[in-house]
Design a protein around this ligand. Sequence first.
Ligand SMILES: Cc1cc2nc3c(=O)[nH]c(=O)nc-3n(C[C@H](O)[C@H](O)[C@H](O)COP(=O)(O)OP(=O)(O)OC[C@H]3O[C@@H](n4cnc5c(N)ncnc54)[C@H](O)[C@@H]3O)c2cc1C
Length: 288
Amino acid sequence: MDKTRTIIIGGGFAGVECAATLTRLARDEHEVVLFNDENHLVFSPLLAEAVGSSVNPLDVIVPLRQLLPGVFCRTESVENVDIEHREVEYQSSGGEVSRMHYDHLVIACGNVTNLNVVPGMADHAFPLKTVGDAAALRSHVMEQMERAEVCNGQEKKCWHLTFIVVGGGFSGVEAAGEINDLVRSSARYFHNFRKEDVSVILVHSRDQILPEISPDLRDFARKKMEKAGVKMKLEARVALATPEGVGLQSGEFLKGGTVICTIGSSTAPVIERLNLPKEKDASLLNRT
Ligand SMILES: Cc1cc2nc3c(=O)[nH]c(=O)nc-3n(C[C@H](O)[C@H](O)[C@H](O)COP(=O)(O)OP(=O)(O)OC[C@H]3O[C@@H](n4cnc5c(N)ncnc54)[C@H](O)[C@@H]3O)c2cc1C
């Protein structure tokens, strides 16, 4: 008897949880195939800790095969879904395009970073979505401290030590807190700068950070962060990013050597290409 095949696209929290649940089905009747771009799950809530050197970047990822025994994990990207023929089209490791039939399909591919939401952001800001992003940002923060150490002018030194984080959701708040702790606590190992030279600025469009949590908790988080030295720029929208810092819609310019962008995400391309009505798809909504 042919097994019933479920294909899951995406090995993030949603795809992994779904695959783990489906492995409870009888294996001689049911097959679970999981496609993910990479062979590991990224534990995103710890990415900021990897930036701040509180944890090793490699401890933020978990191999999918270890997590999901019994699931056929394929490190390949699904390019298209052929709903009519119940097939996914994917790029195999050799580069050629292959197809695989499914009986059931789960699309759990999250969203993709889109820094194009603000002019200049893609060129001058760091994203924080993958473990590679966290490692790159961590080494950049270290480099900024090294540059500040050998820099002559006070203004330039403070520019190297100013970190602007755009977005007051989980990732922005965590990144700001971690960078603030890392740089301020490292000051004692350097000769040429002090804690007072360090600025971490969190820019957020609303009047309160962390919209996902209760007002009491977000107020507590804001006060804790301010006490630690993080400056809050609330009800402020970034209008452009440049090599020197960011310009706000109000006309104010914040100078700083590092910009981290945690806003801006788009629908995953494989969903974008699906020829089906989508929630919040303005073009399709207008047609009806
Ligand atoms: C820095 C950071 C901190 C966060 N902190 C928190 C927090 O503290 N609390 C909280 O609740 N949330 C937090 N979040 C949000 C949380 O991580 C996301 O809500 C969650 O990861 C979404 O899970 P997902 O499985 O839907 O998507 P994802 O985790 O994005 O996983 C999708 C996976 O699918 C893969 N994929 C996409 N398209 C394809 C394709 N075509 N073919 C194959 N594979 C594909 C991707 O590579 C990815 O591995 C944070 C996010 C970030 C970035």
